[in-house]
Design a protein around this ligand. Structure first.
Ligand SMILES: Cc1cc2nc3c(=O)[nH]c(=O)nc-3n(C[C@H](O)[C@H](O)[C@H](O)COP(=O)(O)OP(=O)(O)OC[C@H]3O[C@@H](n4cnc5c(N)ncnc54)[C@H](O)[C@@H]3O)c2cc1C
Length: 389
């Protein structure tokens, strides 16, 4: 054996260390294809004939498609199996959400809810009784549920801003203020914040809708005036509300980012198609370097974005600390979404801002993604802190 030839030991090591590659599992690819067909063949045509600002599909269409996804085993895939969900890991869910979001309402209403809606947060932090009572029916029926942590005093820094108060009275809590994450102990800062389940119709609880740039899932300001909430509706332990919320926000950041990516991919695809078929000054837009560079930059950013989401979600699924990865995915996907949709609008010219196409709606809704669920600056702060630890 010459010295240039590998030793048997070297061969054995390399065989073990061989990288298996990045191919997605066949089952996941098959489900992704099923989801894609339902979105593109069923949801997109309905959206084209209804009000472009509609928040949801017409009820009859929703019922028909929800029945179809339930029968196909595609209902609530991200919720835990014992509670009627598909028990998918975050990585697989992200792969599917990228497809589910590729339609007009997709950013804030992926798949228009025909694949089930996001599980209510109590499912991740509640007791078995709370989950059975509140989460299971919401999952089964596809109800919308909400969480409220932002107060008029500020949302980027809830630990500092929360002013809503809860006072213990016997086994009950009496809430006053504008939130459901409330201070149960004034003197304790972030350790004095707790979380409650609030049922619609509870006396002293009010919700006021307010209009914003986005036309789906209009936010509400919720307020409490001597609102009595039984002790068993607290989620988690007293004083652990903020850490529960931050855990849930982190958990949600990968699926949230996957929706950003899905809409950006759809806008990019539209921009490419338009550039191919539209000519100005006798030349197709696709042959103009100015347009090619916009599309090339978007292509690079979308691929990078997908890997950032997939890598972070994979790490989270392995039980590793993925808080920084969650901030990176949320920050980058929100910003890439904004840039990609903006370029697609520009390439479409006047059509880009017409309600004939979904771009106008994506353009407006994408703006909220750099603010909601932690503004971009706060994500940068989290990432930067990790560099100096
Ligand atoms: C359409 C919509 C829906 C929403 N839905 C919900 C909901 O369902 N539940 C809920 O609880 N909240 C919801 N929110 C609130 C949202 O989460 C907050 O708007 C967000 O967290 C920012 O809080 P804020 O608006 O109070 O801004 P502030 O906290 O006042 O921050 C203002 C701006 O200051 C900058 N900033 C903040 N901190 C820093 C920093 N450390 N460094 C540098 N710059 C900084 C950022 O640019 C930020 O946008 C929703 C908001 C919108 C617009």
């Amino acid at each position: 054996m010459s010295s240039a030839e590998p030793t048997p030991r070297g061969i054995a090591w390399r065989a073990k260390a061989q990288f298996p590659g990045y191919r997605l599992p066949d089952e996941l690819l098959a489900v992704r294809e099923q989801v894609r067909r339902i979105v593109q063949d069923e949801i997109v045509p309905i959206e084209q004939r209804i009000d472009p600002d509609a928040p949801d599909l017409p009820e009859t269409d929703w019922q028909r498609l929800a029945a179809k996804t339930k029968a196909a085993g595609l209902w609530c895939l991200g919720a835990p199996e014992p509670y009627g969900g598909g028990g998918l890991d975050t990585f697989s869910l992200c792969v599917l959400l990228e497809e589910m979001a590729q339609h007009r309402m997709g950013l804030y209403n992926p798949g228009c809810g025909v694949f089930g809606r996001y599980p209510p947060w109590v499912i991740w932090g509640g007791t078995r009784e709370q989950i059975e009572k509140y989460a299971v029916p919401a999952l089964r029926e596809g109800y919308y549920t909400f969480f409220a942590i932002t107060e008029p005093s500020g949302g980027a820094d809830p630990a500092g801003a929360i002013q809503c108060r809860a006072e213990k009275r016997g086994n009950d809590w009496v809430l006053n203020g504008t939130n459901v994450f409330v201070r149960t102990d004034k003197g304790k800062g972030r350790e004095g914040i707790s979380c409650f389940i609030i049922e619609k119709g509870t006396p002293g609880f009010n919700a006021r809708r307010f209009k914003v740039i986005r036309t789906v899932a209009e936010p509400c300001e919720v307020s409490f005036e001597d609102c009595v909430v039984p002790g068993e509706r607290m989620i988690g332990e007293e004083g652990r509300g903020l850490s529960l919320c931050l855990d849930l926000l982190t958990r949600n950041r990968f699926p949230y980012s996957a929706c950003n990516l899905g809409v950006a991919v759809a806008a990019h695809r539209m921009a490419i198609a338009h550039a191919k078929q539209r000519s100005t000054f006798g030349v197709p837009l696709s042959q103009r370097q100015a347009i090619q560079w916009m599309l090339a930059d978007a292509e690079v950013e979308l691929r990078a974005c997908r890997w950032l989401i997939w890598e972070g979600a994979w790490k989270a699924d392995r039980g590793e600390d993925a808080r920084v990865e969650a901030s990176i995915a949320k920050l980058y996907s929100s910003e890439v979404l904004g840039r990609t949709v903006d370029a697609a609008v520009q390439i479409h010219g006047g059509y880009g801002v017409s309600k004939e196409f979904p771009l106008e709606r994506w353009y407006r809704e994408a703006r909220v993604r750099r603010i909601g669920e932690g503004p971009s600056e706060v994500q940068r702060m989290v990432i930067a802190r990790s560099l100096f630890r």
